[in-house]
Design a protein around this ligand. Structure first.
Ligand code: HEM
Ligand code: NAG
Ligand code: NAG
Ligand code: NAG
Ligand code: NAG
Length: 368
């Protein structure tokens, strides 16, 4: 019922709002209204994707996602980083097919949500909320994979990051890949060569990898992921020697509260908490001008203050160090431009197993 009421408000306001997508894509999408499947991905007939794929079948789809993500973000600013991370975990494993959202598998067995990183994936409820609205508006039309791609994009914009156009028309998977997730999702304990290899295996260059990791400039990290860096690095019984002493003390202090502390990724914030992300609170929810999304992640790496071991590792390779320096050295223009491009690439990853793809799921966590 909450969703329905929200939908009514949405429809009432929606007619007055000019769709942002049309403004931004007017040059490239002018042909797509006459021919819904163009421009399409020529390499793969199973992926008839295009800009504004739902322009005929569910014209308000992208607007519903945009406005409901704005609503969720206004209620809970953690929405944006949660969705961004979910997108990464979906697209990195067999492409952007909504498989990370599944709680069941066509042949039974474990799902991606059961894999190691699952314990901390969040935002499933937000996707369900948006999907319910879409089901009210156009039952059975919009795929969960597209909902995640679109909502993550809106989240990036809401935190002050760049807008980037994305195709829609993804198919939802009927399978969730537990083993692949375990094997392919990068670990926070990986060194820089392993991290670069993992991303290279998905077609990302070192430059693209460094810009993608810039996603860690929003959101927060559970102390669990750096406990070993502070206390018992690689089983040595000692802290990670690469952590500067003052930062080590800060980390140890902030993580000493045992009740699930989280470290915020934004160095400008003033508190650590497990209930909220303080640095968002200064941000007027619907204003997309970036106090938040910026280059502080790279600035932190330059000062040895990366939170994850794998983050700080970017300073232990000549190529990636140069990229970190470049991203940190201007007002954020270079990073935002590269981030927009690499998010388009991440959002268009496809899996190798086309036969697992089916019609849009009605509930994102369940098979139809
Ligand atoms: C080497 C690669 C990566 C590793 C090892 C890694 C690992 C992690 C870990 C351990 C967390 C903390 C989760 C928690 O405490 O809840 C995290 C958070 C996050 N990651 Fe990554 N990540 C990687 C790459 C990426 C990429 C490519 C993206 C997106 C493009 C991304 C987006 C995020 C976001 C937005 C958060 C914050 C989530 C929140 O605040 O709820 N990460 N990551
Ligand atoms: C994560 O997976 C483990 C099993 O590997 C399971 O016990 C746990 O409930 C899962 N957590 C979530 C949040 O789904
Ligand atoms: C990175 O880790 C891999 C796997 O653990 C290891 O084989 C490799 O030697 C490491 N590379 C460096 C430069 O430490
Ligand atoms: C540190 O880790 C190693 C290996 O995981 C373990 O054997 C050792 O007991 C740990 N030491 C401390 C002090 O926790
Ligand atoms: C640790 O807490 C202090 C004080 O609350 C805060 O200023 C600092 O940003 C926190 N550091 C990290 C890495 O979260």
């Amino acid at each position: 019922m909450k969703a329905l009421a929200f939908l009514c408000i949405l429809f009432a306001t929606t007619l007055k709002v000019k769709p942002l997508l049309h403004l931004s894509l007017s040059s490239s999408s002018s042909s797509s209204s006459s021919s819904p499947t163009s421009p399409q991905r020529s390499d793969d007939p199973q992926h008839q994707q295009s800009y504004d794929f739902y322009s005929q079948s569910c014209p308000l789809a992208e607007q519903i996602v945009r406005q409901s993500t704005q609503f969720l973000f206004a209620t809970d600013a953690r929405t944006a980083p949660q969705l961004l991370r979910l997108l990464f975990h979906d697209c990195f494993v067999q492409g952007c097919d909504g498989s990370v959202l599944l709680e069941e598998n066509i042949e039974g067995g474990r799902t991606e949500r059961d894999a190691i990183p699952n314990q901390t994936l969040k935002g499933f409820d937000k996707i369900d909320f948006i999907k319910d609205l879409l089901e009210e508006a156009c039952p059975g039309i919009v795929s969960c994979a597209d909902v995640l791609v679109l909502a993550a994009r809106e989240g990036v914009v809401l935190t002050g990051g760049p807008f980037y156009p994305v195709f829609t028309g993804r198919k939802d998977s009927t399978r969730s890949y537990y083993e692949t997730a375990v094997e392919e999702i990068p670990s926070p304990n990986h060194n820089v060569s392993t991290t670069l290899m993992r991303f290279a295996s998905k077609g990302f260059s070192p430059r693209e990898t460094v810009s993608l990791l810039g996603a860690h400039n929003v959101g927060s990290i559970d102390c669990d992921f750096i406990k070993n860096r502070i206390l018992n690095f690689s089983g040595t019984g000692l802290p990670d020697p690469s952590i500067p002493t003052d930062f080590l003390i800060e980390l140890a202090t902030n993580c000493s509260d045992t009740s699930g502390s989280r470290l915020v990724s934004d160095s400008t914030s003033t508190t650590t908490t497990n209930t909220a992300i303080p640095y968002y609170q200064a941000l007027s929810p619907l204003l997309a001008s970036g106090n938040t999304f910026g280059t502080h992640y790279y600035g932190a790496l330059l000062r040895g203050r990366g939170l994850l071991f794998s983050d700080q590792q970017l300073m232990y390779d000549r190529k990636t160090t140069k990229l970190v320096e470049a991203y940190a050295s201007d007002d954020g223009f270079t990073f935002k431009r590269d981030f927009a491009r690499v998010m388009m690439k991440l959002s268009s990853l496809s899996g190798s197993v086309v036969s697992d793809q089916g019609s849009p799921r009605l509930q994102c966590s369940r098979l139809n």
